[in-house]
Design a binder for this molecule. Structure first.
Ligand SMILES: Cc1ncc(COP(=O)(O)O)c(C=O)c1O
Length: 358
């Protein structure tokens, strides 16, 4: 023990668990983090390379070029666009700006593993609302938990880890009924993959509800998670608040250049979404043939129910064969696992390993 005193919230903050890997000599198939298996667009890589010679300079604290480009793409005014070091940074900043002891945050569970951290770090009370039997958000039950102390409600759509999604019209009607003192964060990290909507469909919600914040990322379909960049569309008040509580240079110059260029290649995004839908169909059909149930995936991963099979044993078996997925127990519901879609050969290695394990 060092004798150093830490603040009283720190012990409550869960440590992000790395997906377990067992001894395996060959090439691992990593299907545990909902990454895309496709490399960034060549012109995105060129934009990054062009920035390498400016690394002696701090990045633009205003993130102007990227915010302008996002504003042009979405129609949301530039003053209402916040850019972060991954969308996670914006979630953390929202918690720092809005939560404190005595305040409440409402979110569904199981959902994204970052949300429990927001309450824990701020001393706010976390109010978790179970998903429905089909793994969807129970919006009515969530609304029933809103009190005068609620500052933040998060809806993860599509939801990580269950991959289910709600249509924007459903969320629109629901937000309209919530009191205005509550900020609603609509976390759309996987929205591009949803067959229930065009990603542009939910942009209208930002203009209609001043208390709504739409959270998006370049980590998933754009394939830039290694650089860490995400953004929020909401009120200017929200953007200024999250800018106040974090350092001005949190988004590095390579990330800014890459994300700005990535927005010029929407055709590439569409191609990836189509490819992902093909892989989703392949993986889900094969899982079904093995008698395993999945939820209705609108994302780049499946949430697989193991029935009465032993989760730890299945994970160990896959891992020993070099296939890494994320176990349900670590994500909030035992007896499941979440598998991201890789390339066809990766998915087939996962399915072959699963055959042996089952
Ligand atoms: C629902 C959800 N939101 C946000 C994120 C964070 O993404 P970023 O890489 O932009 O911080 C993730 C990443 O897995 C996620 O699953």
């Amino acid at each position: 023990m060092t004798g150093i005193e830490f603040n009283r919230h720190i012990e409550k903050i869960p440590i992000y668990p790395a997906a377990s890997t067992y001894a395996f000599e060959g090439e691992l198939v990593k299907l545990a983090s909902n990454e895309t298996p496709y490399a960034p667009h060549p012109q995105v890589l060129e934009a990054v390379e062009a920035q390498l010679r400016t690394l002696n300079r701090y990045p633009d604290p205003e993130k102007s070029a990227l915010r302008r480009r996002i504003s042009e793409r979405t129609g949301v005014p530039i003053g209402n666009v916040a850019v972060g070091n991954g969308s996670c940074e914006i979630l953390l900043a929202a918690a720092a700006a809005m939560l404190e002891p005595g305040a409440e945050i409402v979110y569904a569970w199981p959902s994204f593993s970052m949300y429990p951290q927001l309450a824990a770090m701020s001393g706010a009370r976390a109010v978790t609302v179970p998903l429905t039997d089909s793994g969807e958000h129970d919006l009515e039950a969530m609304a029933a938990q809103v009190t005068a102390a609620t500052r933040l409600v998060i809806v993860c759509n599509p939801n990580n880890p269950t991959a289910t999604a709600l249509a924007p019209a459903t969320i629109d009607a629901w937000v309209a009924e919530l009191p205005r003192h509550v900020a609603v964060v609509l976390d759309e990290a996987y929205v591009e993959f949803s067959a229930l909507q065009d990603p542009d469909d939910s942009l209208d919600l930002v203009g209609r509800h001043p208390n709504l914040v739409l959270l998006r990322t370049f980590s998933k379909v754009y394939g830039l998670c290694g650089l860490r960049v995400g953004y929020a569309l909401g009120s200017e008040e929200f953007r200024l608040a999250v800018d106040r509580v974090r350092q001005p240079f949190s988004v590095n110059s390579l990330a800014l250049a890459a994300a700005t260029e990535a927005l010029n290649h929407v055709d590439e995004v569409e191609r990836r979404v189509e490819q992902t839908a093909i892989e989703r169909m392949h993986v889900e059909t094969e899982l079904e043939e093995r008698g395993l149930e999945t939820t209705d995936s609108q994302a780049n991963f499946s949430w697989v129910s193991l029935g009465d099979r032993d989760e730890a044993e299945v994970l160990r078996g896959l891992s020993e064969r070099g296939v890494i997925v994320r176990g349900g127990t670590a994500l909030g519901e035992e007896g499941h696992f979440r598998v991201s879609y890789g390339t066809r050969p990766e998915n087939d290695r996962f399915l072959a390993a699963l055959n042996e394990v089952l």
